[in-house]
Design a protein around this ligand. Structure first.
Ligand code: ADP
Length: 480
């Protein structure tokens, strides 16, 4: 099949979260399975600076109409490997920025123009390069206009661009909502500006367009597919999702085992595997040393890596601070995000430098060190479409402590509820339950044999993208 992916981020060129990992691994795995895959992503500063971009061929001369103005752009074409080409859509004014969507506290004011431009440029490149796709697969709000734009361009030009479109919701909390006047940038007909189109409480909502107009809608776990039909998780789009309930399917992401495999991980101070775990305590000691903590410490080490936002349950972590202060344990947190959480974590770490560490940065290498060096990985999220770190943790022999929501339910089984095959500790997202879960972790850590059994079960679970990509392949076939 000829498959086009479009997304706002793509590992390793630019990443703010799991979207980048998912699109990279899915597209690469589909290429390995013999498909012809093109991926479109904006040419942000980080992408342009990436060493691989030196190999890209620069093609100029892209023009995109937005409203009554015409905008120039360019495209860099990177042949990554057999069957996989990445197209970087460039326009300095829009994408030559350090961060993809905003500067931490605020989204950029021109995100409407930036991503309308991106989607229109994808259509334009498909037309010019004569990419006739079997499936155009768009991810999240940044690419959500594509199902509509593809059809309108086909109607305008008389050229067939795509047989079918698929839209994947990676996180329904981010919808791309803009003032009504932004609609003019799309050059789509006014008839779409109503409740059955992009209109959303007097504004426009790009994700709504993706949900309504793609041939199939998917999300990143079966549980989240059910949750987003409910007001509690649908973030205002539950009614819109409901209209597509028959076309909605939840497929769990895999993990990229070329990047996340403790037996081959070159970023780690020591490698290890389920049949030989000797490298794991070495990673633990190296991690503790890195943070100025006693390498010989025997108690449990808790790790946490995430965007510092409300979603990730930072309120629950901070509410449990007495646990970390009073118990004989260590806590290492890596993340960036909202200032209120950054300063609270900084204060906590400064008050307890021997027990609690906080790194305020994005650091791929350190994320591997924490996954390998911690005994338990904390994910107290209030909602979680799929989540990746709970899968990385199991692969790395680090026991996940996760809330009973979304993708966690599909990927972590509780050790008390399933004594035979449990791989983690699960709890309802409340402060009291979180502390209880931490207590259970302490107890488990005090029992080396059961702890080892849980570790080994996690490490032998199959979270590979082969399984996930096969499910997408089947979905594409069904849709066509
Ligand atoms: P989300 O997409 O909601 O942010 P996921 O769990 O699906 O959450 O994916 C997050 C990914 O980003 C994980 O691979 C995680 O390790 C990584 N990540 C988040 N923050 C950082 C950071 N500060 N440094 C390194 N990696 C990070």
């Amino acid at each position: 099949m000829k498959i086009v992916h479009a997304a706002g981020e793509l590992y390793p060129y630019v990443k703010t979260g799991g979207l980048a990992d998912a699109v990279a691994a899915l597209s690469a795995t589909l290429a390995d399975r013999g498909h012809d895959v093109s991926v479109f992503v904006p040419a942000y500063r980080a992408a342009l600076d990436h060493k691989e971009l030196a190999r890209a061929e620069r093609r100029l001369g892209l023009r995109v109409e937005m409203g009554d103005r015409s905008f120039a752009g360019d495209v860099r074409v990177l042949p990554v490997k057999k069957g996989l080409t990445v197209y970087f859509i460039g326009r300095e004014e829009f994408f030559d920025r350090r961060f993809p969507y905003g500067n931490g506290d605020r989204n950029y004011d021109d995100n409407d123009a930036r991503f309308v431009f991106f989607c229109k440029a994808v259509v334009e490149v498909m037309r010019i390069a004569e990419i006739r796709a079997d499936v155009v697969h768009c991810h999240d709000w940044q690419a959500a206009l594509l199902p509509l734009l593809v059809r309108y361009e086909e109607r305008r030009s008389g050229i067939a661009l795509a047989m079918k479109t698929v839209f994947t919701i990676h996180n329904i909390a981010f919808q791309g909502v803009f003032p009504m006047r932004s609609f003019a940038l799309t050059n789509l007909p006014d008839e779409l500006l109503n409740i059955d189109g992009l209109e959303y409480y007097g504004q426009i909502n790009l994700m709504k367009g993706g949900i309504l107009f793609a041939d199939r809608v998917t999300t990143v776990s079966p549980r989240y597919a059910r949750e987003i039909l409910l007001p509690e998780f649908g973030c205002g789009l539950e009614g819109v999702v409901g209209t597509r309930a028959d076309d909605l399917v939840g497929l769990v992401n895999g993990i990229d085992t070329r990047v996340w495999n403790p037996a081959k991980d070159r970023l780690l101070p020591a490698k290890y595997a389920v049949h030989d775990l000797t490298g794991k305590p070495m990673c633990r000691a190296a991690l503790l040393k890195k943070y100025g903590m006693d390498e010989a410490f025997k108690g449990p080490v808790f790790g946490m890596i995430c965007r510092l936002t409300e979603q990730k349950g930072l309120d629950l972590l901070l509410a449990a601070k007495d646990f970390f202060v009073q118990q004989d344990c260590r806590l290492i947190v890596l993340g960036t995000g909202e200032k209120r959480y950054e300063s609270a974590l900084r204060e906590l770490a400064q008050a307890q430098p021997k027990k609690i560490a906080f790194s305020l940065r994005h650091d791929e290498e350190m994320s591997h060190w924490i996954e390998a060096g911690a005994d338990f990985f904390l994910m107290p999220s209030h909602f979680e479409p799929c989540g990746l770190n709970q899968m990385y943790s199991q692969a790395y022999g680090t026991v996940p402590v996760v809330t009973r929501v979304g993708g966690f339910i599909d990927t972590v089984t509780d050790i008390d509820e399933h004594p035979e095959d449990g791989t983690g500790i699960t709890f309802a997202p409340t402060a009291a339950e979180f502390v209880q879960a931490l207590q259970r972790a302490l107890q488990l850590h005090g029992q080396p044999e059961p702890m080892l059994a849980v570790i080994k079960r996690g490490m032998t679970r199959d979270f590979s993208w082969q399984k996930a990509a096969a499910a997408y392949e089947q979905l594409y076939h069904q849709t066509i």
